[in-house]
Design a protein around this ligand. Structure first.
Ligand code: HPA
Length: 262
């Protein structure tokens, strides 16, 4: 039986406070402190652990997040299924503000982030990352969204940018030429680290703004906040439908690759 961890992103504090039971003392991991204490919640009668990615007061910028500590702590708390909630900018026509997507691919433009547990690691180990999200969990999220009557786009290529600034319009054009549909700042290295630890990880992405140059004028805070306000209930509806079933989820991830070991 699985245990579900939820990583909660920007502007999604309503989810942080729903059904909270207590907090776990995760202490300092071998990789340093987590963004916040893990909190135990009950959601739809299911025990889950919740981590605020940007800290309890939303004070940690995307490039400053200790992704390794966060993913490590979730695993240590027993989570083997991790649902990541993220807010993103929309690039393609299908990804306007308010749309919820369950991405299936990633393009990584981040830099200088501690991005692997396999540092100075013996034997040299690679992970397969052909399909960066856990397909069994993606399907469960899509199915749960239908059950909860929430429309989602079932695919999408997520571009992870370094931030904390938003992109230029020309950068967004480049991302689009590369094949990106949505853009955010936290999907990497989080997804790869989860794979390294053998966690079944997938993301629910709420589009909160047109990516730079895709809407009218510049990206504004009020545009983003408006969409948060309208989007969080739908995210919670998906979670409530998904979490009890996620606990039962069987999944298969590719084995790590250790050249020369066999
Ligand atoms: N770009 C990058 N990250 C984001 C955006 C964006 O437009 N919106 C929300 N997170």
């Amino acid at each position: 039986m699985g245990r579900v961890g939820v990583i909660v992103g920007s502007g999604l504090s309503r989810l942080q406070s729903s059904g909270e039971v207590d907090s776990l003392d995760t202490g300092i991991t071998p990789y340093g402190p987590t963004s916040a204490s893990l909190r135990r919640h009950t959601l739809a009668g299911t025990n889950i652990v919740v981590l605020a990615r940007h800290g309890q007061k939303h004070s940690i910028a995307p490039h400053e997040i200790n992704y390794r500590a966060n993913v490590w702590a979730l695993k240590t708390a027993g989570a083997n299924i991790v649902i990541s909630l993220a807010t993103v900018g929309g690039i393609g026509n299908r990804y306007g503000p308010g749309v919820i997507a369950i991405p299936d691919q990633i393009l990584d433009y981040t830099e200088n982030r501690a991005h692997t547990f396999f540092q100075d690691h013996e034997p040299v180990t690679h992970i397969d990352f052909t399909y960066p999200f856990c397909e069994e969990l993606r399907e469960l999220l899509i199915h749960s969204a239908t059950e909860a009557n929430v429309d989602v786009v079932k695919h999408g290529t997520y571009a992870a940018t370094q931030g904390p600034r938003l992109e230029t319009s020309a950068e967004v054009s480049k991302l689009e030429r590369d094949g990106a549909d949505i853009v955010g700042m936290t999907g990497m290295p989080e997804a790869a680290l989860a794979r390294e630890l053998g966690l079944c990880y997938a993301s629910i992405a709420l589009v909160v703004n047109h990516a730079a140059g895709r809407g009218q004028g510049v990206v504004t805070r009020s545009e983003i906040e408006n969409v948060y306000a309208r989007g969080t209930d739908r995210l919670l509806d998906i979670l409530v439908a998904a979490v009890p079933k996620a606990e039962q989820l069987g999944f298969e991830l590719p084995d790590p690759i250790r050249p020369g070991s066999g």
